[in-house]
Design a protein around this ligand. Structure first.
Ligand code: UDP
Length: 405
């Protein structure tokens, strides 16, 4: 069982101290997380780790998920898309169904707690069935340019919470309730991020047939056009005129995404028969393989054209890699260009920065060292736990001065 002590020497000491102090003050209080899935996606991944950690600190933590049928989840998928700006058609019936399924869940779930964190839009109507405690809406998606009507519907629920938390300030909406910004984080002790031995990395390289004879460029991403895999290939080709290197594009074939297979076909066709381009289709649960790929890369790219927070950037930075990221979504919240990586706006820009890194190993090492340090200070799970506890504590003490808290 994972415990907070395990992060000693990895996470910043001040974060750990603050967590111990806050959890002491919140001791035995009941903390409830509610989302819509126990597996798959970053939210479930972090809750899986955070729940036992908080439990070990003496809080009474529960994590519940709402249940729904196919109709419910197809409606919530549309809500999710519309909140991110995609036009979708909604009927009053669909909204009524969204609320009715939440009402049904409210009958079976124990909603009694001192603080309830409701994650994302699927369970947001649960607020109507609040019995006790502080309720906080934790929005993980970018709602800065939503379909208006859909945001208005969602905010009739969200506006009844005590506070809302968004991941990046530019993803937020202005609301009448208290708002906080808490970025996502990674777990340095998970299989995806823990230290690996050189032998473990070599085994993965061998298994995927990647010779380690020349510098390797890597992008790990779902095969999605917004991740711009073909743009990465074009940047690699520009580099290849001057610097010999390999390119690894690794990602899942995303069985739930009909577009995914088409993108893979496009990418394979575009890559042609270049023996130095490796397209790896990763099965689910490839965490340790992703970890090893990131560790063997000379340069990691995340040349997205549109992005959420961009956790692959965080993961690669934690491994001390120089990362070149598209200047979109949460990537500029992580990369300070020229300090701990580079931000780019074009294929030519990406190629230029790749060459700069390949030609100057000392600079590459400096960027990578700064990247790891930046992630240590800002994007480890302990910082997120600290912030969640702090928001809760601050909300409980609303109206008091800091000295009185
Ligand atoms: N990932 C994975 N398998 C893949 C591709 C990505 O497990 O084939 C992981 C990746 O390591 C990261 C997450 O999925 O932890 C993707 O998060 P990110 O924020 O980068 O992008 P998203 O896919 O959510 O747009």
């Amino acid at each position: 069982m994972i415990r907070l002590q395990d992060y000693t020497g990895i996470s910043p000491k001040a974060d750990l101290q603050l967590i111990y102090k806050l959890s002491d003050r919140l001791s035995k209080k009941r903390f409830l997380h509610i989302n819509s899935t126990k597996s798959g996606g970053g939210v479930a991944e972090i809750l899986n780790r955070m729940t036992p950690l908080l439990d070990g600190l003496g809080l009474a933590v529960r994590w519940e998920t709402i249940e729904g049928d196919q109709r419910f989840f197809s409606i919530t998928k549309k809500i999710h898309n519309a909140l991110q700006g995609l036009q979708e058609v909604f009927t009053d019936d669909m909204w009524a169904y969204h609320e009715a399924i939440n009402a049904k869940n409210a009958e079976t779930l124990d909603l009694d707690a001192d603080v309830v964190f409701v994650h994302d839009p699927q369970p947001v109507p649960l607020i109507k069935f609040r019995r006790s405690g502080l309720w906080i809406w934790r929005c993980h998606i970018d709602v800065s340019n939503p379909v208006r009507e859909v945001w208005e519907r969602i905010s009739t629920y969200a506006g009844s919470y005590d506070a809302a938390i968004f991941s990046v300030s530019k993803f937020a909406q202005q609301m009448s309730i208290d708002e906080f910004i808490i970025t996502p984080t990674i777990d340095p002790l998970s299989d995806k991020n823990r230290d690996l031995t050189e032998a473990e990395v070599a085994e993965v390289a061998d298994r995927f047939g990647i010779p380690r004879d020349k510098p390797t460029l890597l992008q790990v991403s779902r095969f999605d056009r917004f991740k711009d895999p073909n743009g990465v290939i074009r940047a690699y080709r520009l580099v290849k005129k001057y610097n010999d290197c390999r390119l690894v594009l690794a990602g899942s074939s995303a069985t739930d995404d009909p577009e995914g297979d088409a993108v893979i076909r496009e990418v394979k066709e575009f890559a042609g028969n270049d023996p130095d381009i490796h397209i790896l289709l990763l099965p689910a649960f490839s965490d340790r393989d992703i970890n090893a790929l990131q560790r063997m890369a000379t340069v990691v790219l995340q040349k997205s054209l549109k992005e959420g927070f961009g956790l692959t950037v965080t993961e690669a930075m934690w491994k001390g890699r120089p990362v070149i990221g598209g200047n979109v979504g949460g990537i500029p919240s992580q990369i300070i260009s020229g300090v701990n990586g580079f931000l780019v706006n074009s294929e030519e820009g990406a190629a230029f920065r790749i060459r700069q890194i390949l030609n100057d190993p000392a600079m590459a090492k400096g960027l990578g060292d700064n990247a790891r340090q930046y992630v240590r200070n800002n994007f480890l799970i302990t910082r997120q736990i600290r912030d969640y506890l702090f928001v809760w504590y601050a909300m409980l003490n609303r109206g008091r001065t800091v000295m009185e808290m």
